[in-house]
Design a protein around this ligand. Structure first.
Ligand SMILES: [Zn+2]
Length: 143
């Protein structure tokens, strides 16, 4: 990974090389075996921190449904519990609730987390700020 520059909000934006993107996508795929309570049923993601650590998250389903934890929430919480809160990239696509979580993490770290998406055999790196027009809170954290 290398720093690409700053976005219009002054947040750092990183650019991954293609192998790093593929590794994250592979790790997310591998984590599907940890979806709960049924293996390989649900969703999984992987994220990369500024320190070069990779964390995966697999969805954890509740019978109530609204207590279900999305894979992004699991991965972000796991990394935060290790003191790793500077998230360079995370695999996607992500639901809108999870985009919100990624955006809030981005505001706190001042890193425009890149969402890695593989579509039609093409890997895309899309900064979360581009996926969150008119975000709440704004880039300064104002509610
Ligand atoms: Zn989600």
């Amino acid at each position: 990974m290398k720093i690409k520059g700053k976005n219009t909000n002054g947040f750092d934006v990183y650019l991954l090389d293609i192998e790093e993107c593929k590794e994250l996508l592979r790790e997310a795929q591998k984590a599907m075996k940890f979806t709960y309570p049924e293996k390989n049923k649900g969703f999984a993601v992987a994220l990369l921190t500024k320190n070069g650590k990779i964390y995966y998250g697999a969805s954890y389903v509740s019978d109530t449904h609204n207590l279900t934890m999305h894979s992004e929430a699991v991965a972000l919480a796991k990394s935060a519990n290790d003191g790793e809160t500077e998230i360079i990239a995370i695999t996607g696509p992500n639901c809108h609730n999870c985009k919100q979580l990624i955006w809030e993490s981005s505001i706190r770290s001042k890193i425009d987390t890149v969402v890695i998406i593989e579509e039609n055999n093409e890997i895309k790196q899309i900064p979360i700020s581009e996926l969150m027009p008119y975000p709440w809170p704004d880039h300064l954290g104002n509610h």
